[in-house]
Design a binder for this molecule. Structure first.
Ligand SMILES: [Zn+2]
Ligand SMILES: [Zn+2]
Length: 51
């Protein structure tokens, strides 16, 4: 039984994602393949917002 938290696959996003998911939000998912320096996900505390 694994309860290891996983990070969002978005480069600049460090939000945790639910098991079985790659991105914390559809916003991050839509950003895949795009080189961006900030994350636009709605999660408070995401390091991608503080740039
Ligand atoms: Zn984020
Ligand atoms: Zn994310």
């Amino acid at each position: 039984m694994t309860t290891e938290a996983k990070k969002c696959a978005h480069e600049t996003c460090n939000c945790m994602v639910a098991d079985g998911k790659k991105y914390c939000s559809t916003i991050c998912e839509d950003s895949k393949g795009v080189t961006t320096l900030k994350c636009d996900c709605p999660h408070t505390g995401c390091s991608g917002h503080a740039l």
